[in-house]
Write a protein that binds this ligand. Structure first.
Ligand SMILES: NC(=O)c1nn(CC2CCNCC2)c2c1CCc1cnc(N=C3C=CCC=C3)nc1-2
Length: 323
């Protein structure tokens, strides 16, 4: 694996004349004390780890080289690393600090989210109230907006991949199934979306061509024409909002195939008492035609998010007590 773009650690040192110098030091596995297992994948294990020099906790994702090659996942590993290297300046996304490798494994040194998964807290509570749904929904949306501005589609957004840090703020993780769009549609000056602001205009630039995702949150376009686009993340976002308030995802059946049938038929219902303003927003996200889903800027100004302070204020404020 080429170590490209990975940040390396620097250590403040002094030269022979006592002048401060920054020395590039490459961290290695011996620089960490490994602790509990946080998660396991088909070719990776994520462990809590403490950097022995600076006594700081991280999550270290250990990827087995032989497994990656055997399961033909080299492309996915490089996409994950490249995606994470593009997403280093947002509080709502697990940050990759640096990578290193040894003979057997690759190591991704990442933010540790000590608060566990949003899904775990939802299961404990049953459902979230509107205030909590508004706050967590806003943080997730703000992170999606940042990802999309950097030309990254997550493609597997779900409550299991929304982690919580010590302040109970969200951190989105697991970019192993992300899609990196070409620079023209990444966002930023000169690559703004067309006048309509519709995330799907110029769709030929924004389409990705491979199948990924978790059944309950997969968008209809991924099932019908195998194409993911930025609006596919907004479909998953609509499913997450519904699940926070209802305590279950909108599309769930006895098996994956039946779940897929419900999705492409838009076969879902709101439980009695579901908050009407939230229902209005979700109905504008769970739309079969991706080009007709509410674009992010319109979601932010929807009445459901009234009172949300978008931008850094959202990340500085105290998280509401879960109830
Ligand atoms: N696949 C990953 O990159 C990844 N997987 N995990 C653990 C998973 C457990 C199942 N649900 C999805 C996440 C992590 C990361 C990134 C980096 C990362 C940082 N902090 C945590 N923290 C956790 C704390 C308690 C329970 C689970 C995870 N976990 C991870």
């Amino acid at each position: 694996w080429k170590e490209r773009g990975a940040a390396v650690a620097t250590r403040q040192d002094v030269d022979q004349n006592g002048r401060p110098v920054s020395k590039i030091v490459k961290k290695g596995v011996n620089d960490f004390h490994f602790g509990r297992t946080l998660g396991e994948g088909s070719y990776s294990t994520v462990l809590a780890a403490t950097d022995r020099q600076v006594h700081r906790e991280y999550a270290v994702k250990v990827l087995d080289k032989r497994h990656i090659i055997k399961e033909k996942k080299v492309k996915y590993v490089n996409i994950e690393k490249d995606a994470l290297n593009r997403l280093t300046e947002h509080p709502g996304i697990v940050r990759l600090y640096y990578t290193f490798q040894d003979e057997r494994s690759l190591y991704f040194v990442l933010d540790l989210a000590n608060g566990g998964e949003l899904l775990g807290h939802l299961k404990k509570m049953g459902t979230f109230d509107e205030e909590c749904t508004r706050f967590y929904g806003a943080q997730i949306l703000d992170s999606i907006a940042y990802m999309h501005s950097k030309g990254i589609i997550h493609r597997d957004l779900k409550p299991e991949n929304v982690l919580l840090d010590e302040q109970m703020h969200t951190k989105i993780t697991d970019f192993g199934t992300a899609k990196i769009l070409d620079i023209r549609s990444a966002g930023g000056p000169g690559t703004e979306g067309p006048a309509s602001g519709d995330p799907m205009d110029g769709a030929e630039q924004e389409r990705a061509v491979s199948f990924v995702g978790t059944a309950e949150y997969v968008s209809p376009e991924l099932l019908t024409d195998k194409n993911a686009c930025k609006a596919s993340d907004l479909w998953a976002f609509g499913c997450i909002l519904y699940q926070l308030l209802a305590g279950r995802p909108p599309f769930k059946a006895g098996n994956e195939y039946q779940t897929f049938q419900k999705i492409v038929a838009l076969d879902y219902h709101f439980p009695d008492g579901f908050p009407p303003v939230a229902r209005d927003l979700i109905e504008r996200l769970l739309v079969l035609d991706p080009s007709k889903r509410l674009p992010i800027e319109h979601i932010k100004s929807h009445p459901f998010f009234e009172g949300i302070q978008w931008g850094m204020g959202l990340w500085k404020q105290k998280a509401p007590r879960l109830r």
